[in-house]
Design a binder for this molecule. Structure first.
Ligand SMILES: [Zn+2]
Length: 494
């Protein structure tokens, strides 16, 4: 033993010469970057304190492959090396994998997904804020199955709460903050069957506006104005003749603002405590449509930072959900450009909020409710356009049908061949056009979600508890624990 150790010691000076493997690796940029990353991780001290504020960033349908492709796209747009680029949230020190199956399906929808994250309870697809004992579309099953959301718990503890999104504010994910419904599509009264209305079930917009003061959201921003206004007024679609925006303003009183443009949002008085921002009749336009359709529509970053400003006026702190809701919708269309540009916008919103908040007392969690069937296929060269065809420039890899394929493809969705159609040859098309639909294997009117795990990225108080492979419903436990609400009696429920 001793002799071999002595020999090893003698051998060390020789390893220091420029030709040795150790010297080669020490000079290698990957090796150096790895050493720097190790030093950064070793310097991280878990924050075991209490969170005054919790911010949940939810990238709808943002699977791991979407994060990878968006990081490459983001880097390439900035003229950087795309592959080694990082989105804002990828720099957070803690990460986990989240198992997203719902109570009744292998592959969840957004309603059951957000319910797991916001309540700690997995439920059936299509259901929001009710346990798995409820049945989708069955109004009577709302009775006795409602579960408190983290936003409601925050309110009951004297904090402020809010949600901002790029979809209708009554869409499944934002509704997960405040609504309890047997059917996610009951966004306005005109979306509900007469029997459900007669049985006393309330549409999601009404639930938002009529919530008791102790539970009512302080900040709501996104699209979906049609669900709040009566038919015949502006873009209204309500059948009950009610103007819920006026009712909200009246009930909220002083310190409240209802806004419909980014300029109005920027002009709200500095003592405003409640904001209802409805910037489009339906979902907000995609980022790629901003020049054409986005006049007066705030970016997700503008909404998120405005929400932080308003909610911060509560001295007890706040809960905020920020949803990049159209990442999912781009993938449903098989339109990878929309998916990636929406993911980059989501990343920008996170960066803007991280620049404003203090991670000493603010837990930031970034995750997705489920994945999408987006695949990154080989083998293009480093720095090849991520929206391009696989292979080398001018020499794409060709399939058995003699046609090229794009690096990004979907498994299901409208980009696939229908009936006896044959596949298009993407080598002959502009695959970077904003309207280009990637190929899918199986044609469906809308791409199906995917069921593999999604990432969770976190920093701030108790963020270190987000590690390993966890259940989607566990994310709720960490956020609740960070707030210090563990074991707190589920006091008043609606
Ligand atoms: Zn979806």
């Amino acid at each position: 033993m001793i002799r071999s150790l002595a020999l090893a010691l003698v051998a060390i000076p020789a390893l220091a010469s420029a030709q040795t493997p150790a010297a080669v690796s020490a000079a290698d940029p990957y090796f150096k970057a790895g050493e720097a990353a190790l030093a950064r991780q070793m310097a991280v001290v878990p924050n075991t304190g209490k969170a005054k504020n919790v911010i949940l960033f939810l990238g709808d349908g943002m699977g791991i492959s979407t994060v990878t492709a968006a990081r490459i796209y983001d880097g390439q747009q900035k003229g950087l090396d795309g592959e080694s680029n990082s989105l804002s949230f990828e720099k957070l020190p803690y990460a986990a994998l989240s198992k997203t199956y719902s109570h009744d399906t292998q592959v969840t929808d957004s309603a059951a997904g957000i319910t797991a994250i916001m309540t700690g309870v997995k439920t059936r697809n299509k259901i929001i804020g009710l346990s798995g004992a409820a049945i989708g579309g069955r109004c009577e099953s709302e009775k006795g199955t409602a579960i408190q959301t983290l936003a409601e718990l925050a309110k009951l503890h004297g904090k402020a709460a809010g949600a901002v999104t790029t979809t209708r504010v009554t869409h499944a994910t934002p509704a997960g903050a405040y609504a309890h419904t047997a059917y996610r599509d009951w966004e306005g009264d005109a979306d509900m069957p007469a029997a459900a209305k007669q049985a006393g079930c309330k549409d999601i917009a009404r639930q938002l506006i009529e919530a008791p003061e102790a539970l009512r959201m302080d900040v709501i921003m996104g699209g979906g104005r049609s669900r709040f206004l009566p038919k015949g007024q502006d873009v209204g679609a309500r059948a009950d003749g009610r103007d819920l925006t006026a009712e909200w303003l009246k009930a909220r009183g002083a310190g409240s603002a209802y806004v419909t443009t980014v300029d109005q949002l920027k002009a709200v008085p500095s003592d405003t405590r409640h904001v209802l921002g409805l910037f489009a009749p339906e979902h907000l336009p995609y980022e790629v449509e901003r020049a054409k359709l986005g006049q007066g529509v705030p970016t997700l970053a503008e909404m998120a930072t405005a929400a932080v400003d308003v909610l911060s006026r509560n001295p007890n702190g706040y809960f905020l959900m920020v949803e990049g809701g159209k990442i999912d919708m781009g993938s449903h269309l098989n339109n990878a450009k929309r998916t990636l540009t929406e993911t980059v916008e989501f990343s920008k919103a996170i960066a803007a909020v991280l620049a404003k908040v203090d991670l000493k007392d603010t837990l930031v969690v970034v995750t997705a409710d489920h994945s999408h069937g987006l695949v990154i296929s080989g083998y293009s060269a480093r720095n090849a356009p991520i929206l391009g065809v696989a292979g080398n420039e001018g020499d794409p890899v060709r399939g058995g049908d003699g046609k090229a394929y794009t690096t990004l493809m979907f498994v299901t969705g409208p980009g696939g061949p229908k009936g006896t159609d044959t596949r298009r040859d993407p080598a002959k098309e502009d695959t970077e056009d904003a309207e280009y639909l990637q190929d899918s294997v199986v044609n469906l009117p809308s791409s199906a979600h995917a069921g593999e795990d999604v990432g969770v990225f976190a920093d701030g108080p108790q963020a270190y508890l987000l590690r390993g492979v966890v259940e989607e419903s566990y994310i709720f436990q960490v956020m609740r624990h960070a707030f210090g609400f563990d074991g707190s009696a589920a006091a008043k429920t609606r």
